[in-house]
Design a protein around this ligand. Structure first.
Ligand code: G4P
Length: 530
């Protein structure tokens, strides 16, 4: 294997998905701790700001520096080069959260052991399903009162429709969380120390029948563990790596990110089972990460908060080839060659200029306003376009109107540019122009951001009225006239900026009605560009 192939083979690019408060930030921090990227826990930026109650975007940005620090973190561990992609949650939940999963090759799903699968996890899981990427489950907070582990596995299977395989088994929970039993090695890891999660935790390893282990756990826990392992071995299906690789089977790990219990064994197993960079589909067929020609796609655009420079940062996932600083690439959608200015990469809380990067890596470049979500960058000798990034259905809608009608041009420009960045989705009522615009987002904060950015960057004031709609569906039928559809009176026919027809519904009942009354109608939850 060449050095080039080795560099790609050792890369692991994944996202951590969870419902707020399940422990995503804590786990990320602990992975960085084990990877040597930080020396003690508590130093990952954005942890507190993630919980910011005020929906003041500028304020949030200011506190985070430029906020990009947490977009992707790279570190080395046991010969692997790991890229963790941040999926913004809490108040920041937006389409970016979904799009980040387009750049990941696998996902780690963090679940709170007392709560089980929660709404945001479900939504993010659906996106993983769409891509058939491997999903690894970390059942967190075992150091607190937790649901029965058998019940948790069943719950994940029934809520998400994915098969599970417990890689390890918890020994006790809450104050009595003593360790885990590793099924593949048939050994007990009894946790010790860890300095309340500040440092790496020690463990005593031993066979289930080892006297030392038995004494350490105590007779009751030992007997219970033996019984549960027997039950588990008898009940569960065989481990199947192929099923893991195509996202049909989720390996499950129990642990506690806060106390570090189970974090390192999780990381070790995960790195072995997860995938190196995956190929992506393009106009020229599948592009392998090992192709020598450079290719990448933009999956996230972040507005720069520095008003003096209205530039933005575009994040690209390298699909194939090798990136070197100062390299010229072909921007397919712009139809011209460009030099990627100040490419940056992020390590824990530092930003660094990237000298070189490989397939699987994510880099951020300054964007003078030329990029859109889904754009392809490639080598001039081999122009291709990657499959577009789908548009995800917003769940919040608002009608916006500009207050000063003299500023029409700035208003349209601002809305269009912000929509192009993917910060909001814009809909127009059929048969109406841009006089009345409906905006959609998957998180409510997106509207506050829009309002503030139109004001500060484009000097436009708007009036924003929240609309009582909850869902949107794209009409898949070519040539079907939406005006002829039989819909409930509270449904709205609209089109997006790409001219695709959609229907906005007040609730799921409206969708059901539309499907029942219009047999030929094909509705899609995710918008793809034809
Ligand atoms: P998130 O990014 O998924 O939103 O969750 P985050 O890691 O911020 O964790 C949410 C809360 O849960 C934090 O407590 C964190 O300390 C706690 N937590 C995370 N993992 C564990 C765990 O394994 N066990 C226990 N017992 N708690 C855990 P907080 O009090 O809200 O915040 P903080 O003051 O500790 O920062």
């Amino acid at each position: 294997m060449s050095d080039y192939q080795k560099a790609i083979e050792k890369r692991r690019t994944f996202a951590i998905i969870s419902h707020p408060d399940a422990g995503k930030t804590t786990l990320t921090e602990k992975l960085l701790l084990y990877g040597g990227a930080i020396l003690s826990a508590g130093s990952v930026k954005g942890k507190k700001t993630n919980k910011h109650a005020v929906s003041d975007w500028m304020e949030i940005e200011k506190q985070r520096g430029i906020s990009v620090t947490s977009s992707v973190m790279q570190f080395q561990y046991e010969g692997c080069c790991i890229n963790i992609l941040d999926t913004p949650g809490h108040q920041d939940f937006s389409e970016d959260t979904y799009r980040t999963l387009m750049a990941a090759d696998s996902a780690v799903m963090v679940i709170d052991a007392s709560k089980g699968v929660e709404t945001q996890t479900k939504k993010l899981f659906k996106v993983c399903l769409l891509r058939h990427i491997p999903v690894f489950t970390f059942i967190n907070k075992m150091d607190r009162a937790a649901r029965d582990p058998f019940e948790l596995l069943e719950h994940i299977e029934s809520e998400l429709g994915i098969a599970t395989y417990a890689m390890n088994w918890p020994i006790g929970s809450g104050k009595d969380f003593k360790g885990v039993y590793e099924r593949d090695y048939k050994r007990v890891l009894a946790f010790q120390g860890g300095d309340h999660g500040q440092r790496e935790v020690d463990s005593v390893n031993g066979d289930l029948n080892d006297l030392k282990i038995r004494n350490l756990l105590g007779d009751d826990f030992h007997a219970q563990l033996c019984e549960e392992i027997e039950l588990l071995d008898g009940a569960s299906t065989e481990f199947d790596q192929n099923a893991v690789s195509c996202g049909a089977l989720s390996p499950v790990f129990f642990g506690s990110a806060l106390t570090n219990f189970g974090v390192e064994p999780f990381l070790e197993h995960f790195l072995k089972m997860t995938t190196s960079p995956l190929p992506r589909n393009s106009s020229a067929g599948e592009i392998s990460p090992f192709d020598e020609a450079f290719t990448a796609f933009i999956f996230k655009i972040q507005a720069n908060m520095n008003k003096a420079h209205r530039d933005r940062i575009a994040f690209m996932r390298i699909v194939s080839g090798h990136f070197e600083k100062g390299m010229e690439v072909y921007h397919m959608q712009g139809g011209r060659k460009i030099k990627l200015a100040q490419p940056q990469q992020f390590m824990a809380d530092n930003r660094e200029i990237v000298e070189e990067a490989y397939a699987g890596d994510v880099i951020g470049v300054f964007d003078p306003g030329i990029f859109s979500i889904g754009d392809t960058l490639c080598n001039t000798s081999k122009p291709i376009s990657f499959d577009p990034i789908p548009t995800f259905a917003p769940e919040h809608f608002a009608r916006i109107q500009q207050i000063d009608t003299m500023k029409r041009k700035q208003f349209i420009k601002g809305i269009t540019q912000i929509a192009q960045e993917g910060a909001i989705q814009v809909f127009q009522e059929l048969n109406l122009g841009m006089e009345e615009i409906i905006v959609g987002g998957v998180g409510v904060l997106q509207f506050d951001v829009l309002k503030q950015r139109l004001k500060s960057e484009y000097n436009v004031d708007i009036k924003l009225d929240i609309l009582p709609y909850q869902c949107v569906r794209w009409i898949e039928n070519e040539g079907l006239d939406p005006n002829l559809l039989n819909l409930t009176s509270d449904s709205k026919r609209v089109k997006d900026l790409k001219g695709r027809n959609l229907i906005i519904f007040a609730n799921n009942w409206g969708i059901k009605w539309a499907a029942e009354q219009n047999k030929e109608l094909i509705l899609a939850e995710v918008g793809t560009i034809k």
